[in-house]
Write a protein that binds this ligand. Structure first.
Ligand code: GLC
Length: 548
């Protein structure tokens, strides 16, 4: 990647760091920014163009830092602002841009705004920045409406007044520690534009926008009656969002064309999704349709073609995502009978075949990295970490408790990374230190050190693939050399060309695909996710081919 390229994000490989679990610089069992700084050589060697950090702001951690108490600071557990500035600078020095996570839908109940709203009482201007309402029923003991929190349970909590009596209710689409902001209030609008500037001023290359489809609410707060017409839901995907993000885009562009906005938009309607990527709105958004699709050609092929078509229509690059800090790790998910992902299906003890899952995760990585657009990888994906089983009494994620203990929550993909050694803490923290989430006892073969010594490891595959992706003009961004065209090899195969001399072939079926036949005769393998013997591509394998 040319570091001056304003279009770097169109074809970038972007690595998600979950700071609590990446590397522990101060030996307290929790990751921090000093830990990340010390591991920048690892990220540079992996070959990523940018790092997206999940929130590092001061936070009571009611939702892993997505409850922000101060948008302009760094939680003391992670370091301080100077450490963040140093990290952004050090990363740039090794060619890695930084993407900051901004959480505009809600703040922490410990944020100064919410505390003053509580203190100021009903009807005060301080409360107008939020959604405070009186309850329904005699004495107001029922929530103002029936909205349900994304984490389960009511989306409203009732506060207690200074006299100790129950008082008004406030809206929180997530945990009670995350009160929703009122985006009709000018302070909320101005504050966020200033927060964007704060981080762009410090060299951020991009902003990841948390829960980007939820900010705007119908101020009459009506109950949800499905189905609603597009843009008419009381709080999902409302039209007002387009204007909010157009204003954000102007802020980003005032810093130059290389500063980007990336939306977290969970929207089932692909055309509505694409509207956020029109010129002048967001640059890019995570492709959850692809990420959650089951491991079959019949599911992934239409997902890919719809993605490409919709993004082409608005001139935005596609993104390809296999995992993040909210979803079950690919090696675990792809080894199950049900290989698609859905939040509502998460349960304890779903059986998985780890060898099969790992094989498919390898094939999926090569498939995703060969597609036109940006590739996002979540820390530990390059190590093939499975979803870890966290003992119930150590689960931190509010999704677990709010589901009444039914959903295991998201901690299984948030376990501290294993760097080296034969037992916990695997070089994450100094020996003998207990990590904030327990690491499994059988991860010795998954450490970075072990995988660096093994040419057949997941890490070796990711390094080789990212290096090839960066080197070959056909891969990554679209462009004249990188044109995409399907190659037809049967219903169980996803095969496509990039430019004139590159083909990616993934076999989802049981029958091996003959690579020496038909259109592919004379092509040679550049990289494969599993050995291809006698010119045959076995099940659950991707190969990249070239012709000279
Ligand atoms: C996003 C984050 C998730 C968080 C939620 C609320 O979905 O990715 O981790 O819990 O927003 O901020």
């Amino acid at each position: 990647m040319n570091s001056d390229d304003p279009d770097w994000w169109r074809g970038a490989a972007i690595y998600q760091v979950y700071p609590r679990s990446f590397a522990d610089g101060n030996g307290d069992g929790m990751g921090d920014l000093a830990g990340v700084r010390s591991r920048l050589p690892y990220l540079a060697a992996l070959g990523v163009d940018a790092v997206w950090f999940t929130p590092w702001y001061p936070s009571p951690m009611a939702d892993g830092g997505y409850d922000v108490a101060d948008y302009r600071g760094v939680d003391p557990r992670f370091g301080d602002l100077a450490e963040a500035e140093g990290l952004i600078e050090d990363a740039l020095a090794v060619g890695i841009r930084t993407i900051i996570d901004v959480v505009p839908n809600h703040i922490s109940d410990q944020h100064e705004w919410f505390r003053s709203a509580l203190a100021a009482g009903p009807g005060s201007p301080e409360r107008d920045r939020f959604w405070f309402r009186d309850g329904r029923g005699p004495g107001g003991e029922q929530a103002p409406n029936g909205w349900v929190s994304e984490f389960g349970g009511p989306a409203w909590s009732r506060v207690t007044g200074p006299d100790g009596e129950p008082e008004q209710w406030y809206l929180h689409l997530f945990a009670p520690g995350q009160p929703d902001l009122n985006w009709h209030h000018p302070d909320v609008v101005t504050e966020h534009e200033e927060v964007l500037r704060f981080w762009f001023d410090r060299g951020a290359g991009g902003i990841r926008i948390d829960s980007a489809a939820l900010l705007a609410k119908d101020p009459s707060l009506p109950d949800v009656t499905e189905p609603t017409a597009p843009g008419q839901h009381p709080y999902v995907d409302r039209e007002e969002l387009q204007e909010i993000y157009r204003a954000w885009r102007k802020v980003a562009e005032s810093y130059g064309p290389d500063r980007v906005l990336i939306g977290e938009l969970w929207l089932p309607d692909a055309e509505r999704f694409a509207r956020y990527l029109r010129p002048g709105v967001l640059h890019s958004a995570f492709n959850f349709d692809f990420m959650t699709a089951p491991w079959t050609a019949a599911d992934l092929r239409p997902s890919i073609s719809n993605t490409l078509e919709l993004h082409d229509g608005v001139g935005a690059p596609a993104t390809w995502v296999l995992s993040n800090h909210d979803v079950t790790r690919p090696v675990t998910r792809y080894g199950r009978t049900e290989t698609g992902f859905a939040f509502e299906r998460k349960r304890f003890g779903v059986p998985t075949d780890p060898a099969l899952g790992r094989r498919r995760a390898r094939a999926a990585a090569l498939l995703a990295m060969a597609l036109p657009g940006a590739y996002y990888l979540y820390q530990g994906e390059e190590l093939g970490l499975p979803e870890a089983d966290i003992p119930r009494d150590r689960i931190d994620d509010p999704m677990h408790a709010r589901s009444g203990g039914v959903d295991p929550g998201r901690d299984g993909c948030r376990v501290p990374l294993p760097w080296s050694g034969a037992e916990p803490p695997y070089g994450f923290s100094p020996a003998g230190v207990e990590t904030w989430l327990p690491q499994p006892p059988d991860w010795a073969a998954l450490t970075v050190a072990a995988q660096e010594a093994d040419p057949g490891s997941m890490l070796a595959l990711y390094r080789a693939a990212l290096a090839l992706r960066a080197r070959r003009p056909e891969l990554g961004a679209s462009g004249p050399d990188a044109a995409f065209a399907w190659t037809e090899l049967g219903p169980d195969v996803i095969a496509f060309r990039r430019g004139a001399r590159f083909v990616s072939v993934t076999n989802f079926g049981d029958a091996p695909v003959d690579l020496a036949a038909g259109d592919l005769a004379g092509w040679t393998a550049l990289l494969a996710s599993a050995p291809t013997e006698g010119g045959l591509l076995p099940a659950d394998t991707t190969v990249w081919l070239t012709v000279h």
